[in-house]
Write a protein that binds this ligand. Sequence first.
Ligand code: GTP
Ligand code: MG
Length: 159
Amino acid sequence: MSGVAWHYVLKFIITGDAAVGKSSLLVRLTDQRFLANPDPTLGVEFGSKLITIPEENKVVKLQLGNKVDLCADADEGSDASRDQPSVTLKKAREVSTDEAELWAKEEGLLFVEASAKSGVNVEAAFERATRDILEKIRKGVFDDERDTHGDGSAVSIML
Ligand SMILES: Nc1nc2c(ncn2[C@@H]2O[C@H](COP(=O)(O)OP(=O)(O)OP(=O)(O)O)[C@@H](O)[C@H]2O)c(=O)[nH]1
Ligand SMILES: [Mg+2]
């Protein structure tokens, strides 16, 4: 990995209903802190985070955006938005873990319960998603687009 800042850039959209904790999750991941009194987000917030996947010998830069999902129901979202890698926040205690796990399985989604407040599972959730994406790249599920830096050391993934 010497001399390589990152091997891949992956773009994540953190989406969900208003006030479900999107900004708090983003700030916990990028700044390792819990926002005391977050203001409602107007527009979109951005952040980035480097993640190392040791078994792949890869450094991945996550570029994160956070926006309110204006669709009242995720099931009513467009096919285009459903094809994006995203983290959909649910108010976890409104549904049981079992029910949420089952729904995620039926939808073919990764499921991780995390807390922006305590930090539990936040980085792990994004690492799991990153590993899943790298595996899909390896298997040819996603196309990648080699960069034009000339040395083949970095790749941008267009999803
Ligand atoms: N207990 C607990 N509260 C949380 C957690 N994450 C966020 N909150 C609280 O949930 C409320 C909303 O958090 P935000 O991060 O502003 O939510 P948001 O989805 O970005 O909200 P909008 O930008 O208005 O759509 C705040 O009072 C947070 O303190 C968490 O992991 N645990
Ligand atoms: Mg917000």
